[in-house]
Design a protein around this ligand. Structure first.
Ligand SMILES: C[S@@+](CC[C@H](N)C(=O)[O-])C[C@H]1O[C@@H](n2cnc3c(N)ncnc32)[C@H](O)[C@@H]1O
Length: 234
């Protein structure tokens, strides 16, 4: 089974013992791939759109995985019982949809792990899931078709984070791999250009962009081994 680089990287976050729901499975290719990797893994795969679920059904049948991938039609966690899952995977959606899905508290009681790849507002996402009582246990930037995505894994627990850690992601900030420099160099350029276009009277927006430029510049120019000082500053 061939899947995209993004989905392959997401699959690395799943363990064979997870009681997994993949919400917004679309074609269910990731779920088929995962079941091929882990012979004991069973997955609940759901989608809100009938067309997507029909594709998923055809693909699952083609790979003879009907007894391992339970396909369900509906919105977010509404189609699952709390005791059926301990791991939630949501990828390829925007922050506000993800937020709505994860706001279903009664269905979240047994959830130990959340893996998310949001297409938007990754900083808001970190803040939101942390408020639900989770901490960030793993993260990765992944490049696929020239787009850089952020994959985040949360587990139950409390942890305090600095502003930089919430903004860049604590694991990503600690590792600073090549993709980090590529991603944030582009972001820096974007914010510098935006700042020039913001009219003088939009003071708040100007200040916000100046602040972002400052922290991104600092992150790009401070070597990882000197970052302890940066954290203590906050
Ligand atoms: C862009 S696709 C991403 C598919 C796959 N997860 C991936 O990462 O490639 C988003 C999918 O989420 C589904 N979706 C959107 N909102 C949803 C919700 N509230 N509950 C379940 N599925 C949803 C859409 O129908 C669509 O198939």
């Amino acid at each position: 089974m061939k899947i995209s680089e993004r989905l392959k990287e997401i699959s690395e976050f799943i363990s064979p013992e997870d009681k997994l729901i993949d919400i917004g499975c679309d074609h269910a290719l990731l779920d088929i791939y995962l079941c091929e990797q882990y012979k004991d893994l069973n997955i609940i795969a759901s989608d809100i759109h009938e067309g997507a679920l029909k594709n998923a059904k055809d693909n699952v049948a083609k790979h003879k995985m009907e007894d391992r991938i339970s396909l369900r039609l509906g919105d977010g966690l509404t189609i699952v019982n709390a005791e059926e899952i301990d791991t939630i995977l949501i990828s390829g959606m925007g922050f506000y949809t993800i937020k709505d899905i994860l706001s279903n508290e009664p269905k979240m009681v047994n959830v130990k792990k959340i893996i998310v790849q949001s297409n938007t507002d990754v900083v808001k996402l970190r803040k939101f899931v942390i408020k639900l009582g989770f901490k960030i246990t793993n993260e990765k930037l992944v490049k696929d078709n020239d787009i850089i995505y952020t994959i985040i894994e949360f587990e139950r627990g409390l942890e305090k984070y600095t502003y930089d850690e919430i903004y860049f992601g604590p694991v990503i900030f600690k590792n600073k791999d090549d993709l980090f420099y590529e991603y944030y160099s582009k972001k820096l350029l974007k914010y510098e250009n935006l700042l020039l276009q913001i009219p003088k009277y939009e003071v708040k927006s100007k200040l916000h962009h100046r602040h972002l430029i400052k922290i991104i510049r600092r992150a790009l120019t401070t070597p990882v081994e000197n970052q302890v000082d940066v954290k203590e500053e906050k």
